[in-house]
Design a protein around this ligand. Structure first.
Ligand SMILES: [Zn+2]
Ligand SMILES: [Zn+2]
Length: 357
């Protein structure tokens, strides 16, 4: 172990070597007054890790350690940190920095700050490349370090920090609650949180998926109904009934937007959080005329929403559906490969960090 001068992790060494992460030692950014060093005990495996590792979202600075659903214990806190003590169990999600001073930051929209930095793959002002949670430690500003409620298990809390928040923020901001009907496209890592959180907020929730393969699971997660889009005219009985649809699909191959939009009430919203690698769908204003619907997107969420979401999960007993895999060169490669093959229900969390670091 080389802490505190360097950290160690499992890095992707190039886009064509994504299935074979390699042990890698790296230097973290300089320690700041508001920083916390976290000794990692678990990390979820996000679709972003895969898109990044394969180079699908463009080439990166290799080697690069992925992982942005991180749980660990604070081992060092800066002199100006007030919200975390050494020993606390904390989480770090997909955003690691923002200016905290611009209008967006001051209005709980730090995820839309022009200076926002991703937890891994971004470059700090001093030139340090940020690495993620398939590693021994992470250094994060306290604004992006979240105390984890005691009621949440580590491996279940981890995936909430990106997938959970990505679903929670747009659902919450669009008023999911009693009397609202919410659709969730895609029963996957993000989608399964969409179903559980929309339900916990009191909305009527429908899962929308190509086939009925995940119907039983979606109903177990709390979905009130299930729409199978390969059925002819699947949308017709539900036209003009949905207040909002959250699109979590990360591929848009063969995706025909029209029947989805037809589900929306007047001025209903279609919000995408999946980020396909291709060119995406083409939209003409004419497609939006029948109900005056709106199309948008959403990025992560705020610190405030993260804390609210974790508390909601603790209060309502929401349990992420996770499979754990021991962290290692082999384990990280296996998790990415199985995610690539869609062989996951519905999230992997890397564990057993004390055996590697
Ligand atoms: Zn800002
Ligand atoms: Zn993520």
């Amino acid at each position: 172990m080389v802490y505190p001068d360097t950290f160690e992790g499992f890095a992707i060494t190039s886009g064509d070597q994504w299935q074979s992460p390699k042990r890698f030692e790296f230097k973290p950014k300089p320690f700041g007054d508001f920083d916390i060093d976290v000794k990692i005990i678990a990390c979820g495996v996000c679709g972003s890790d895969l898109h990044t590792a394969t180079g699908g979202w463009g080439n990166k600075n290799w080697p690069l350690v992925p992982g942005h659903e991180i749980i660990g214990h604070a081992v060092k806190v800066g002199p100006k940190v007030t919200s975390v003590k050494v020993g606390d169990r904390v989480g770090v999600g997909a955003q690691i920095s923002a200016c905290l001073d611009c209008p967006q930051c001051k209005e709980d929209n730090e995820t839309y700050c022009k200076e926002q930095l991703d937890t891994y793959g971004s470059v700090y002002p001093d030139g340090t490349l940020a690495h993620g949670g398939y590693s021994s430690h992470i250094r994060a500003h306290e604004h992006f370090t979240f105390p984890i409620p005691e009621a949440l298990k580590t491996e279940e809390a981890a995936p909430m920090l990106c997938a959970g928040l990505t679903a929670y923020s747009p659902i919450f901001r669009n008023g999911a609650g009693p009397g609202k009907k919410i659709g969730i496209i895609g029963v996957g890592g993000i989608g399964h949180f969409g179903i559980m959180f929309a339900k916990a907020l009191g909305a009527e929730v429908w899962a929308i998926s190509r086939s009925s393969a995940k119907k039983a699971d979606a109903l177990k997660m709390g979905a009130d109904g299930f729409l199978e889009t390969r059925v002819k005219d699947w949308n017709v009985p539900h036209e003009f009934t949905f207040d909002m649809i959250l699109n979590t699909a990360s591929s848009d191959d063969g995706f025909d937007l029209a029947p989805y939009l037809s589900l929306l009430r007047v001025h209903g919203k279609f919000i995408s959080v999946g980020l396909p690698e291709g060119e995406g769908s083409k939209v003409r204003p004419q497609s939006l005329l029948a109900n005056g619907c709106m199309i948008g997107a959403s990025h992560l969420g705020s610190r405030k929403e993260t804390l609210d979401m974790l508390q909601l999960a603790a209060d309502k007993g929401i349990k992420s559906w996770v499979e754990t895999i021991p962290v290692s060169e082999k384990g990280c490669g296996e998790a990415l490969t199985r995610l690539h093959n869609n062989d996951v229900r519905y999230r992997f969390t890397l564990v057993d960090y004390d055996k590697q670091f």
